[in-house]
Design a protein around this ligand. Structure first.
Ligand code: UGY
Length: 281
């Protein structure tokens, strides 16, 4: 498949509050198997802040809840011009992926500066030396996916990298004639990585034509387009700006609705044994 030639579109929430005259329950859902956070509920009142960040607020889309069954956290960060952090990460075990959906920012990683724009992607290994600042004169919004890195004896920690999805050729799923493809930022056979944050692309009418059911968790943020998505036993309409959190084993499928592409940023835990219980031994 050729590299993308048409401009891509990236939905980013802007916050604000609905007027008092508006009454809507929107499409927010939380079940034992999944949650849906529609774009319409990413408002000012549900933002948070983080230590050591200035001019910044965030929407916490997911994070480990039970203390044992969930692997990752995902934020949409909103950094005003002049804001940022010299100490962005406070957990030395955390690896991270940044993905820019609006604006421009400067990431300094191991002393090297990177200007990141829409579609920009950075992988940050645990215990990295990094800082992030927005000197662009406008707001920047980006995803930050974090996970405790699972080190394996004899397997190296992967190195940091910065790229842009527009420089990567998506890989077609077999037999789909390009209707379903995945933009992969790391090689699937690279055992140093224990999480993948990919972009899944569907052309109008493209589908996941079976209920994928697997132990890996997912965070899905819809970058572009609309679809109907199977989450456990429910078919849910989703569109650009909506977020879905899927627990392990949640059955999932979809049909892309058109008229343009349907695309989402997808988190998935991979390539590790699960810790086995020792039953007191
Ligand atoms: N919901 C998804 O897009 N799932 C992916 N096909 C995956 O698990 O790789």
């Amino acid at each position: 498949m050729a590299k993308q030639s048409e401009p891509r579109s990236y939905y980013a929430p802007t916050g604000g509050h609905p007027p008092q005259s508006q009454l809507t329950t929107d499409r927010a859902v939380f079940t034992e198997a999944y949650a849906v956070i529609p774009k319409g509920v990413m408002r000012d009142i549900v933002t948070s802040h983080l230590p050591f960040w200035t001019g910044t607020r965030l929407w916490v889309l997911s994070r480990p809840l039970s203390g044992f069954a969930e692997t990752f956290s995902q934020y949409i960060m909103e950094v005003q011009s002049g804001g940022g952090s010299d100490k962005p990460e406070t957990d030395p075990t955390a690896e991270g992926v940044l993905f820019v959906v609006e604006g421009e920012m400067t990431l300094t990683l191991n002393g090297q500066q990177h200007q990141m724009k829409e579609g920009g992607y950075a992988f940050i290994p645990p215990s990295s030396d990094w800082q992030l600042h927005n000197n662009s004169g406008a707001v920047v919004r980006f995803h930050w996916v974090r996970k405790a890195y699972e080190k394996v004896d004899g397997v190296d920690v992967p190195e940091a990298f910065v790229t842009n999805e527009n420089d990567i050729t998506p890989l077609e799923m077999p037999g789909t004639d390009g209707a379903w493809s995945t933009t992969r930022f790391v090689d699937m056979s690279d055992m140093r990585h224990d999480m993948h944050v990919n972009i899944v692309n569907f052309q109008p009418g493209g589908a996941i034509p079976f209920a994928e059911t697997h132990v890996m968790e997912h965070g899905l943020y819809v970058l572009e387009g609309k679809a109907v998505y199977l989450l456990n036993k429910d078919w849910v309409e989703v569109e650009a700006g909506d977020y879905m959190w899927l627990r392990a084993f949640c059955p999932q499928a979809c049909y892309a609705g058109g008229p343009g592409p349907f695309r989402y940023l997808l988190y998935k835990d991979v390539n590790r044994h699960m810790k086995l219980p020792t039953f007191g031994r």
